[in-house]
Design a protein around this ligand. Sequence first.
Ligand SMILES: NC(=O)C1=CN([C@@H]2O[C@H](COP(=O)(O)OP(=O)(O)OC[C@H]3O[C@@H](n4cnc5c(N)ncnc54)[C@H](O)[C@@H]3O)[C@@H](O)[C@H]2O)C=CC1
Ligand SMILES: O=C(CO)COP(=O)(O)O
Length: 332
Amino acid sequence: MRGKVGVIGAGAWGTALAQSLASDGSEVLLWARESELVAEINSKHGNSLFLPSARLAETIRATGDLGELAALPVLLLVVPAQFLASVISELPRGERDVVLCSKGIEAATGRLMFDVAADAAPDARLAVLSGPTFAHEVAAGLPTAVTLACSGGEAQWDRLSPLIARSGFRPYYSDDVIGAEIGGAVKNVLAIACGVVEGLGLGQNARAALIARGFAEMLRFGLARGARAETLSGLCGLGDLVLTCSSTSSRNFSLGLALGKGLSAAEALAGKNSVAEGAATAPVLAQIATHEGVDMPIVQSVCRLLKGEAPAGVVVEDLLARPLRAEQEADT
Ligand SMILES: NC(=O)C1=CN([C@@H]2O[C@H](COP(=O)(O)OP(=O)(O)OC[C@H]3O[C@@H](n4cnc5c(N)ncnc54)[C@H](O)[C@@H]3O)[C@@H](O)[C@H]2O)C=CC1
Ligand SMILES: O=C(CO)COP(=O)(O)O
């Protein structure tokens, strides 16, 4: 059992992380936005809204009061990317370790989560946790590995890794916070593209091609923004890309599947209480890429599709009609 950790956000991922932390008997304080969820977690040890498959440890206590978490030295921030700024600005200021676990780019500003958090919480010592991690598998204790990128270098890793690692949950050290963030944000958009390929019935060859060419886009964008190639080749980049491009457990892949079958983005997202981050990230990512002259044709195609500019079949035809080129051209 280790020191108590706070988790902010009781969606599927925050709940699964809380369950992983509590798996050795440690106490966890979990902030949930929904008051009915606070009551359900505390009385029934379940989360029927966002992670119905999990029976939660009794050492997880939920609260609706962010102020209650202010005294804790380590907080995991797990709210969807578009809400991070508003939630973090409500958190009392203080010097503490804050681990960013969301995957996305702020649509209104183009900021990565690290920049959003650094602006709103200048006293916080920031780290990024990212990797191939379906929430229901982590909650079930299945083996999982992640990148834990520490802006405070090895000293921060030495503080955080014993608090976060469990027998089935294995963090790997990095100090490349930009790479860790870009891997997670870009793979969500590429997972939508892979779902489209599946929805159109284009086959396994096309999906593998999309993963490889999508990774080339992630690499180009990441290198342009100061990420390291080895980070993007690791768990938080390629690892997560492979996971989410291969399974209907991914909300982003499932969104793409629906688009490939002819639904509009509005129809595919209607009535969902869970988040498909790629839908918000794609337009701003495409805009930044255009502005910075980074070639990202798959991302641009996802963007066209989400905006309803053309049917999926036409968007794919346009992608396939691009001029032939060298595989490594412009990747360096
Ligand atoms: N579910 C997963 O397997 C994984 C998710 N992530 C990332 O974790 C982040 C959170 O995703 P999930 O936990 O899956 O969410 P979710 O889709 O399970 O739940 C939606 C969340 O959004 C919150 N929310 C809705 N409106 C809000 C508002 N106005 N202000 C603040 N919060 C609001 C809800 O309270 C809930 O926590 C995302 O960035 C996602 O990409 C990362 C790794 C795995
Ligand atoms: O990030 C995830 C797995 O690593 C979850 O993917 P989705 O958000 O597409 O469900």
